[in-house]
Ligand binder design. Structure first.
Ligand SMILES: [Mg+2]
Length: 154
């Protein structure tokens, strides 16, 4: 089941993909709703709804994240900088990041999750966990951060 509206019956295949990512789409012109629709159309026209179930999408997100990590695996910090300064390296990272985002959109579609609302809600939770006065310039987990800050105050 795809949770987003406007779909045909399960198993029906559209004659063509109604919208495809084009060169004119970028972060300034596309909405998340548009991107989610592109993903759902891509899945539906291939009749992949059964494959794009929550369990397998969660696993696929982790697999794609590992592919992103693999690009940088065993490289020194200097080698990472050199790799990312080349168009081939950046293209590989761009492709793996896109794989992750596509699957995230598909999971959001499947579970009727509003990505914008979820993101803003989580940012608010993170703001509470990582107050600027405690977290600025520090990479500590919030639990250690709070303890450290409390220790400083006493
Ligand atoms: Mg990939």
């Amino acid at each position: 089941m795809i949770a987003q509206g406007g779909r045909g019956a399960k198993g029906m295949v559209r004659q063509s993909e109604p919208q495809r990512p084009g060169i004119s789409i970028d972060d300034n012109s596309a909405t998340i709703a548009h991107i989610k629709r592109l993903v759902s159309d891509f899945v539906e026209v291939r009749n992949w709804q059964d494959f794009h179930n929550p369990k397998d999408l969660a696993a696929a997100i982790a697999v794609e994240a590992a592919e992103l990590q693999e690009l940088l695996l065993w490289k020194s910090p200097a080698e990472v900088v050199a790799y990312l300064s080349k168009s081939e390296g950046l293209d590989e990272v761009r492709a793996e990041l896109a794989d992750i985002l596509i699957l995230c959109c598909s999971l959001a579609n499947r579970l009727a999750i509003d990505i914008s609302a979820a993101l803003v809600r989580k940012l608010a939770e993170n703001e509470a966990k990582y107050p600027v006065e405690w977290a600025s310039g520090r990479a500590d987990k919030y639990t250690a951060l709070g303890a450290t800050a409390r220790d400083r105050c006493t």
